[in-house]
Design a protein around this ligand. Structure first.
Ligand SMILES: Nc1nc2c(c(=O)[nH]1)N[C@H]1C(S)=C(S)[C@@H](COP(=O)(O)OP(=O)(O)OC[C@H]3O[C@@H](n4cnc5c(N)ncnc54)[C@H](O)[C@@H]3O)O[C@H]1N2
Ligand code: MOO
Length: 403
């Protein structure tokens, strides 16, 4: 069976970064920038006042008690036309351009005005309350690098730099096909041994959160002809994820249907728990991930493989950050599969620790939904005692949306 790291590498190898599309600022939240974004202007474009007050020649204010002559006004978005001479001053407002001849601003709280005569309480230094041209950024400055996830601040900066349309990676379209005779749609009432299909709901939410577009291809019964028909529906998508029917039972027909459609199989079965019967290959240009049907297997496979695949397609560095935590409980030696155990943050031994769920059956979605972390154990990891350090994946962190 293939080691997890090798499976990850083999999934990433054939994936290409999505082409560029242009979207307007309001649509760009959560998108991944495809090219560096340079400032198209200086900000501020000219020296401006940082306060409401009076523009002066700083040197003139050194002499206490001098009377200044008010010669005009400079509002934001306008300007004072003319040159300000000795002991002249111009009424100025925050964001207004500094009049020619002046080099400082005295705030209005320090000024006494009578008609066109102004007196200042004290001196101001040259440059006081002046924002020089280009203080924030200058023309050609690389404000946002390719690969940036556009958050609200990035969008505001792009706008300030003079951009309306932004080059972003097209969102990959991810087909989601649930398979199984026992499955009913959410909202339907299952009968007998039927259950509600939850995998597509989980995956669709993950896919959208990670920056791609989920395309629900429905629930397919365990019948070859129906499966083949659904696989054809997926043509033109960027990646297909099937769930269920990946194992070795008589009704596990996904691989056979894929093969009938010309699957180039890359691998099937990996040394991972949950997730052993994972399949990866391609149908022409369409990449296919076959996830095991168990809902925890599907969820964990999505976190370990699908997320990295989407990151690669979006031009983000693919990776799953592993943190560390101390165990609250003991663990027996691991076997040959890399283990992803659902765990909970608890207080123990006077510190924050992680306690793994007692039963880790991959059908038990409730513990997955409640878990804080996945404890990651390498194949043949020796027994662990309470207090030992283990690698963890923080579920809140990996499920955080790009937007
Ligand atoms: N003899 C063997 N049996 C199994 C093996 C094996 O190696 N030898 N592997 C086991 C492992 S590990 C896993 S994981 C499962 C994977 O099975 P499949 O991918 O074929 O999945 P199904 O049998 O179709 O379903 C498994 C389980 O999950 C439920 N399911 C399926 N789809 C959904 C869905 N959309 N939403 C919610 N739940 C779903 C399904 O009802 C089953 O209970 O195989 C083991 N068997
Ligand atoms: O490999 Mo399966 O996903 O353990 O239940």
């Amino acid at each position: 069976m293939l080691p997890v790291a090798e499976a990850q590498a083999r999934i990433l190898a054939p994936l290409r970064t999505m082409p560029v599309e242009w979207v307007a600022l309001p649509e760009a939240l959560g998108r991944v920038l495809a090219q560096d974004l340079l400032a198209r202007r200086d900000q501020p474009p000219v020296a401006v006042s940082a306060m409401d007050g009076y523009a002066v020649r700083a040197a003139d204010t050194e002499e206490a008690g001098r009377v200044f002559r008010l010669v005009g006004e400079a509002p934001a978005g306008g300007s004072f036309q003319g040159l300000v001479g000795p002991f002249e001053t111009v009424r100025i407002f925050t964001g207004a351009p500094l009049p020619a001849g002046t080099d400082a601003v005295q705030i209005q709280e320090n000024a006494t005005v009578a008609g066109d005569e102004v007196r200042f309480d004290g001196p101001v230094a040259p440059g006081a309350f002046v924002r020089p041209a280009g203080l924030d950024f200058t023309l050609g400055w690389k404000g946002l690098a390719a690969g940036t996830v556009l958050d609200p601040r990035a969008l505001g900066l792009a706008a300030a730099m003079g951009h309306l349309w932004l080059p972003v990676r097209r969102r990959p379209r991810i087909g989601l096909l649930a398979t199984g005779n026992e499955l009913r749609w959410p909202g339907e009432t299952p009968e007998g041994s039927q259950i509600v299909s939850s995998n597509t709901t989980t995956l669709a939410a993950m896919v959208s959160g990670w920056g791609a577009i989920p395309v629900d291809l429905g629930i397919c019964p365990d019948e070859s002809a129906a499966l083949i028909e659904r696989l054809r529906d997926a043509a033109g998508l960027d990646l297909l994820v099937t769930t269920g029917g990946a194992s070795v039972g008589d009704y596990d027909l996904v691989q056979a249907a894929l093969e009938a459609e010309g699957l180039a199989l890359d691998f099937w079965k990996i040394a991972m728990r949950p997730g052993k019967p994972l399949l990866f290959g391609s149908l022409g240009a369409l990449h296919v991930l076959g996830f095991p049907g168990n809902p925890v297997s599907t969820g964990v496979c999505a976190i370990v493989f699908l997320r990295a695949a989407l990151q690669r397609m979006l031009g983000l560095p693919p990776g799953l950050r592993h943190g560390e935590a101390r165990l609250a409980n003991a663990l027996a030696a691991n076997d040959r599969r890399q283990d992803y155990l659902r765990g909970f943050r608890v207080r123990g031994g006077g510190e924050d620790r992680v306690e793994t769920a007692g039963r880790q059956d991959s059908s038990m979605f409730a513990t997955f939904a409640a878990a804080d972390v996945l404890v990651v154990r390498s194949p043949f990891d020796p027994p662990k005692a309470p207090g030992d350090t283990v690698a963890i994946v923080d579920l809140r962190e990996v499920l955080a949306s790009l937007r």
